[in-house]
Design a protein around this ligand. Sequence first.
Ligand SMILES: [Zn+2]
Length: 309
Amino acid sequence: MNSAVFCADIGGSFIKFGVSRRSGEVEECGKVPTPVASWQEFVGAMQYLIDTYGTDLPAGTPLAISTAGLVSPQTGEMLATNIPAFTGHSLANDLSVALERPVTAANDADCFALAEAHAGNAQHHSVVAAIILGTGVGGGLVINGQLVRGHGGVTGEWGHGAITRTELTLAGKHYAVPRLRCGCGQTGCLDMLGGARGMERLHQHFHHQENTSLDIVTGWLKGHPDCALTVNAWLELVAEPLALLINILGPSRIVAGGGLASAKELIAALDEKVRGGVLHTYTEPLLIPGKFLTDGGLVGASVLGRMQS
Ligand SMILES: [Zn+2]
């Protein structure tokens, strides 16, 4: 199907807007601030983008959306969103009525997984897991090209659930694993230690130093001992639940997204670590950075929009 689809990646700060004329390809054409407080203003912003960038497209051209938070596949209702304007709305259904066109929406991690499975670094793989190592930890699952949208829209969310380790042994010394209260209401979730903020929290925990994850990874690559301790702890803590995810799903390719995925040496180290802890013997790299580290939302939305139109 080569008819056009409008694509939008809606974040807490900006709406990125594009037109896809072929599946897996998006021409990014506009960016406006997200009206986070008002549904009416949000609808107005979407109408403006469609009117501005869709003058050559037929009336009723579908719109596909990638956004943070969970989208219930049963009701379309938004859960755990950072955009108050969405509260109480079924994003896709209500926008479809307001904008007079088919609208579909999915979580940004799910869109990243779709983008990678259809047009990125996991093409031709039947079981594709995407892991997001961003501010926190998220994920998505695509099987035989289809996005798996579990009960309540929750699939592949391996960041929530307590880390079982209470202690780490690194370079012959023992360290307690911090157990932090997570935004989901539980205590000890991987989400609090496994993303970029998590790495920074670990560094603070071990060394009482405030450093960015970029500084820590750079220091690790340069052989700085404090940074090496933090990254080695991070690798231990992330590899264990990731190995469990691999044993459960049996992916032939895992793509990493989010800010930490830009550090290819870090992803390679995590890949090596995790392949040492799973049942199946993977002789090739299993975990690699994604192709769409910055535009996975828009590209994944373009795939989603075509599947549902
Ligand atoms: Zn949690």
